[in-house]
Design a protein around this ligand. Structure first.
Ligand code: ADP
Ligand code: MG
Length: 241
């Protein structure tokens, strides 16, 4: 099933964004404040303090994620100019997400990667954010699944590279698949529903496309196709005189 972008969703009024952002940030703040008060004034049982601090740190991490998702969505994809090494970004983001995977009890593996660097024309920071969104979703789809596994592979095709992100998580129904990328669409109690909206925008700006195969209770496979940087189109060094 190929996702098309014909929906052309307009962003909701700024007041909606502000309201949901306030909601997303206030909850963790309230939780952290409560824990700090308990630590400050409570007579804590042995071991409770560490537990409260750990939960607070997790809440703060989540707030950071939410803020960066809101920031990225408010900033439309920039002009794609320079070439950037996709295989390197995949490696970096897998490292970044490894602690999240361990905490979520999900194995994450790089199934295949070409030996040569994979160059695409894109903004590296945007590409990393996109990789992070897909990998994070895949991990979140696997929580509480036994033998949970997220596999990532990069494969060279004719003039494009196929980035495949596969999980054996909860999967999606056809109806859920059709809603992917809609702004604020989320099935998670603490989701923002912004990750894929942003990611699809960036992929479209790069000239790529996304295909998804999914089945409830079996898992999901996203195939992201991105045009390869064409070295032959590179202007030859100008010879003057
Ligand atoms: P969020 O992660 O905040 O919910 P996203 O835009 O990243 O928002 O994802 C939107 C929704 O798409 C998720 O809530 C989930 O229902 C669905 N989804 C995305 N990736 C997967 C996946 N790998 N497996 C199952 N469902 C997914
Ligand atoms: Mg997400």
């Amino acid at each position: 099933i190929f996702i098309t972008y014909s929906q052309n969703e307009k962003f909701e009024a700024i007041s909606h964004v502000a309201a949901s952002l306030a909601h997303e940030v206030r909850n963790p703040l309230t939780a952290v404040k409560g824990f700090l008060q308990l630590i400050r004034y409570g007579s804590l049982e042995h071991g409770k303090m560490e537990q409260y601090i750990d939960i607070s740190l997790m809440e703060i991490d989540r707030t950071e994620t939410v803020l960066s998702e809101y920031l990225s969505i408010s900033k439309p994809p920039g002009k794609q100019t320079g070439k950037t090494n996709l295989s390197q970004h995949v490696q970096v983001i897998m490292d970044v997400m490894s602690s999240y995977a361990i905490m979520s009890n999900v194995e994450i593996e790089l199934e295949h990667k070409p030996v040569v660097p994979v160059w695409i024309i894109a903004n590296g920071d945007e590409v990393k954010q996109v990789l992070m969104n897909f990998i994070k979703n895949a991990i979140e789809a696997c929580v509480e699944i036994p033998h949970a596994k997220v596999s990532i592979s990069l494969n060279l095709a004719d003039r494009s590279v196929l980035l495949i992100i596969k999980d054996n998580g909860v999967g999606m129904s056809a109806d859920q698949i059709s809603r992917l990328g809609s702004i604020y669409y989320s099935t998670k109690s603490s989701g923002t529903g912004l990750g894929l909206t942003y990611s699809f925008q960036v992929i479209r700006a790069i000239g790529g496309s996304v295909a998804v195969q999914s089945e409830p209770r079996a898992g999901t496979r996203f195939t992201i196709s991105l045009p390869l940087y064409d070295f032959e189109e590179e202007a030859p060094a100008a010879s003057t005189g």
